[in-house]
Design a protein around this ligand. Structure first.
Ligand code: GLU
Length: 591
């Protein structure tokens, strides 16, 4: 395996690019680099890897980490800590997730030694149809034309999901989980570097008068780093949920305000109704688990493509030995990218909301299908893209990979003293979601995860918009178990749009196959392929793979990649290691 340097070598890029670090000028792509500055990341690196033996939280913001930690210390379980930390994230990392959005939750229950999953994905309003993102001229809308305003707001699922899971697994009283977030909202928190940077760069947030008043100073400049920002409106919204559980959100004044905001948008109204909110139900689904070497890797089933695609990539590479053999039978970087290409071809074609479309989950993960599909991987040359999906399965539907603007979303991993593990990824989709703010929080634009076009070449697209349907996601909260004794060995996940799948898979390989230290694995330069170009993380030693991969026939592009991997590893002796991605602002706390 080529020695990839870790993320802090971005410093060299900074020297070359000087102040252009966050701009596209130094980038070979049009993507904006939202990673933390190398200085900030290096400072944080020292604090991010932690070793403890009782309980731990790894999350995207220090204030949320402290809240989760305090709940664990006070006897709350991992789910209690996740709920309390999530409410704080809504305040301090409002660009990524919150009650106006949705998410997916995995819980390892030590009592049954099994993984349970909850789907809190947003749904399309009942008045929406497949033409939601088609303009009057019959053409697909541009991404931000669709995303900003009321149009792409799906019925939020986060509050219902957490309420449902808490009724089953919660240990502390629901109201106690809101105290921290409410008092921080009232008393204020210091604006972080990342929040400052993202508000400074955002082109659409100011157009919403409520968001403008909150996120900017009267002179329209973003609040400087360190400004004490208070959000009494969020304190009020959270106190309604604290008191009435999800009813406080899906019914009453908050529900009315959300509907009014969405329907009355001056240029891009949406269709969210009181009925959509009242009828929203989070779903408990069977976690998607498959064996990988000596492990059982569990992820989120559709409507997320995250679990299935991670498992398919792993299934394809399982045929090769990936340990630290100095002369592997196949170049490992090439193998990862080729397997990813093949799995993404299937993902793009087959995966959508399983309540609307039959997704061939079992077929795609069967050992016979995977051994046949892996024979397509050639040792000495790269497959031309796009590769075609596999099969034949008994049906066919076309579900192309659509746009991808993921720089938002958040992931946390938590383990408590009794061995309950939580791996939860939550999102309002794009950074600052739909840019529509009410009640101190932002509404999602998750419906843009649907295919904008309803059909292609005369075939209906599986992931087209339909009333009540959940848009396909890439979120991949993951829990890995030791196959023999069914004990957890790892909890991990990341934001990053459809690249989440690559970030999680690559980390799993580094940790499970190569025994790499958790913090090193997470900081490693990324390489992803979504059935197109092989993308290498700009400013890291992943760039050094360019020549080798081009010789193998890959089309290589260099891109900034803003993962936000937060992970906890459980060692054989029961001790814990946690790590937080240096590209964002997260930390690990434990005891
Ligand atoms: N909306 C994306 C999804 O559900 C996540 C976006 C992101 O990671 O920024 O897959």
């Amino acid at each position: 395996m080529s020695m990839l340097l870790s993320y802090p070598s971005l410093r060299s890029l900074l020297i070359l690019c000087s102040s252009a670090f966050f701009l596209t000028a130094c980038s070979s792509s049009t993507e904006i680099d939202h990673r933390a500055s190398p200085e900030a990341a290096t400072k944080r690196m020292a604090k991010t890897a932690q070793h403890h033996s009782n309980a731990m939280i790894s999350v995207a913001n220090p204030l949320a980490a402290k809240t989760g930690y305090d709940i664990l210390r006070a006897g709350g379980n991992a789910l209690d800590a996740a709920i309390a930390a999530q409410m704080v994230l809504n305040l301090v990392e409002p660009q990524s997730s919150g009650i106006g959005g949705g998410g997916f939750l995995l819980i390892y229950d030590p009592a049954t030694k099994s993984v349970i999953s909850y789907d809190g994905r947003e749904t399309a309003p009942h008045l929406a149809d497949e033409y939601l993102f088609i303009n009057k001229d019959g053409k697909k809308m541009k991404f931000f034309e669709a995303a900003v305003g009321g149009r792409a707001v799906g019925t939020p699922g986060l509050v219902q999901m957490l309420d449902t899971a808490h009724q089953q697994f919660g240990q502390m009283n629901w109201p106690d989980l809101f105290d921290d977030a409410i008092s921080l909202s009232r008393n204020g928190f210091a604006v972080s570097e990342r929040l400052h940077m993202l508000t400074a760069k955002d082109k659409f947030l100011k157009a919403d008068p409520v968001a403008r008043r909150y996120f900017y100073q009267p002179n329209d400049q973003p609040h400087p780093v360190g400004t004490l920002l208070k959000n009494p409106a969020l304190a009020h919204s959270l106190s309604l949920i604290q008191k009435y559980r999800s009813k406080g959100f899906y019914e009453g004044p908050l529900a009315q305000d959300m509907v009014t905001k969405v329907k009355n948008h001056p240029t891009n109204p949406g269709q969210l109704s009181l009925n959509d909110l009242r009828q929203y139900k989070a779903k408990q689904r069977a976690a998607l688990c498959n064996s990988y070497r000596i492990y059982n890797v569990c992820g989120m089933a559709p409507p997320s493509s995250g679990g299935l695609t991670v498992l398919e990539i792993l299934g394809l590479i399982e045929h090769y030995d990936l340990n630290n053999d100095p002369k592997p039978e196949i170049d490992r970087d090439h193998l990862l990218l080729e397997a990813s290409k093949l799995a993404f071809a299937d993902r793009n074609h087959f995966i959508a909301d399983p309540d609307f479309v039959k997704v061939p989950v079992k077929q795609l993960l069967s050992k016979s299908y995977l051994s046949e599909r892996q024979t397509l991987i050639r040792h000495n040359s790269s497959l031309a893209t796009p590769v075609t999906p596999g099969g034949p399965f008994l049906f066919s539907h076309y579900a192309p990979h659509d746009q991808d603007h993921g720089i938002s979303t958040t992931h946390m991993s938590i383990i408590d003293e009794n061995g309950m593990v939580v791996s939860i990824t939550t999102s309002i989709e794009n950074a600052f979601g739909s840019r529509q703010m009410i009640g101190g929080f932002l509404l999602n634009n998750q419906l843009t995860d649907f295919s904008f076009a309803p059909a292609k070449n005369g075939q209906l697209i599986a992931n087209r918009v339909e009333a009540g349907k959940r848009p396909r996601s890439s979120m991949a909260p993951t829990i890995v178990l030791d196959q023999k004794n069914k004990r957890p060995v790892l909890a991990i996940g990341s934001p990053g749009g459809s690249r989440i799948i690559g970030y999680v898979t690559q980390s799993l390989i580094h940790i499970l196959d190569q025994n790499m230290a958790l913090d090193k694995a997470i900081a490693k330069g990324h390489l992803t392929n979504r059935n197109g170009s092989s993308d290498l993380e700009q400013g890291t030693d992943a760039e050094n793979l360019e020549e080798k991969l081009e010789q193998l026939g890959h089309t290589v592009t260099l891109k900034p990649m803003v993962s936000g991997l937060h992970a906890i590893q459980v060692h054989k002796d029961g001790s814990l290691t946690g790590a937080a991605d240096p590209r964002r602002e997260g930390i690990v706390l434990g005891y």
